[in-house]
Design a protein around this ligand. Structure first.
Ligand code: PLP
Length: 397
């Protein structure tokens, strides 16, 4: 076994089952392993690397800021916190943004805000406030976010989680309606489910959810941590149905692949439930995170990465749909966010595709997830199609 893998295996707990590949370098859409093999990266750190590996502009921002000041805590201001906040609020058309660090913390924050909003604004006892989540969701692994999970395997053995969560079938508005009560505070959903298997809801589902939320005065929280920031061919995946949620959650690519930063974005009428002392984070919104995120957002906009994702995603989807095999159940996706659902386990095919220079991994056992950096070029798209075609055909016998 590779020495790096051996060392990591010796000291890592057993909660992951990584591919047997050791990455040592990355540039744009490409990565190199410890044996010198080059791959097209279709994992992208799970959509963290929308701007590509080692983007020069993002590295530059990181280096410059790291020599000025990196940490202030929120006990003080920095000279770039407001700059970052204005940028993100303008992109999201919202009044306020609260920076956190990881995706799951943004989700936790949203749960807190929704619960307190239910109490302060709707007059629901906070202990009774209910949140509706979707079956097959993924919102993170800490206790609050994990409470939203409908996957018992994720929750088993971790004791009592946060309460009052109801589950609706993703894409089924009737199922959602039947869960609404006078205690419902919020509905949280991923506009397209990522971990769940690149699940795209039926047309108008999001619109209907929004209408229900308005009718019953319920907050709509869009977890765009994986699908936001250009991944699906729009800046926000909610735009596919022209809907603005009450709360956006961002993470992953918000830090340009260089530094963790997440965000909770909403209007004043919601954010006002947070008063001094009700929430905070030591690292949240630190100057280094803000500098990197400003550059990451600038790159997204200047290089028109959402549009790039749409155009190249269409090409990739079309190419993959052209592969005819009885082992393919469905190919689906939006932008450069594509799932190939097989009617058998995907692991062997994934290994072969990896060996041919396209890095990808399966989700849910039988779905190959493709999410390359949005800076990828057409030539690489053609190569991905070719490699996957060969991989699938050789396993179709
Ligand atoms: C990755 C992810 C999270 C959790 O983000 P972390 O940074 O891993 O905590 C939450 N929601 C969605 C939709 C995600 O894809």
């Amino acid at each position: 076994m590779n020495q790096y893998i051996e060392l990591a295996e010796k000291y890592s707990p057993n909660n992951y089952s990584p591919l047997n590949i050791v990455l040592t370098e990355g540039k744009g859409a490409h990565v190199k392993d410890s044996e010198g093999n080059i791959y097209i990266d279709c994992v992208s750190g799970f959509s963290v690397l929308n701007q590509g590996h080692a983007h020069p502009k993002i590295i530059q921002a990181f280096l410059e800021q790291s020599q000025k000041i990196t940490m202030t805590s929120r006990a003080l201001y920095s000279d770039n916190l407001g700059v970052w906040e204005e940028k993100i609020c303008q992109l999201a058309h919202k009044d306020k943004v609260l920076p956190m660090n990881t995706g799951t913390e943004a989700v936790e924050t949203a749960i807190k805000i929704a619960t307190k909003w239910a109490q302060d604004v709707k007059g629901i006892d906070a202990f009774n406030a209910e949140i509706i989540a979707m079956e097959g969701n993924f919102h993170g692994r800490t206790i609050g976010s994990l409470s939203l999970s409908s996957n018992d395997q994720y929750k088993e053995g971790f004791g009592e989680l946060a309460g009052n969560i109801k589950y609706s079938e993703f894409g089924n508005i009737e199922s959602l309606k039947s869960n609404i009560t006078s205690n419902t505070a919020a509905i949280i959903l991923e506009p397209i489910q990522g971990e769940g298997g690149i699940n795209i809801p039926p047309q108008n589902f999001i619109k209907n959810v929004k209408a229900l939320c308005e009718e019953h005065n319920i907050l709509l929280i869009a977890d765009e941590i994986q699908v936001g920031l250009g991944r699906t061919g729009k800046l926000f995946a909610m735009e596919w149905e022209d809907i603005e949620p009450d709360v956006y959650l961002l993470g992953k690519a918000l830090g340009g692949g260089l530094y963790p930063i997440s965000a909770v974005i909403a209007n004043d009428d919601i954010m006002q439930v947070l008063t001094p002392g009700t929430h905070g984070s030591t690292f949240g919104g630190n100057p280094l995170a803000c500098a990197v995120s400003i550059a990451a957002l600038d790159v997204l906009i200047e290089e028109k990465l959402p549009e790039q994702s749409r155009i190249l995603g269409d090409k990739l989807l079309k190419g993959l749909k052209g592969i005819h095999s009885h082992i393919i159940k469905e190919v689906r996706g939006r932008g450069l966010f594509i799932g190939i659902e097989l009617n058998k386990e995907a692991q062997d095919i994934v290994s072969e595709i990896n060996a041919q220079g396209v890095l990808c991994k399966e989700t849910q056992g039988n779905i190959i997830r493709l999410a390359p950096p949005l800076v990828i070029d057409e030539e690489d798209i053609d190569k991905i199609i070719e490699v996957i075609k060969q991989g699938i055909e050789s396993h179709s016998l």
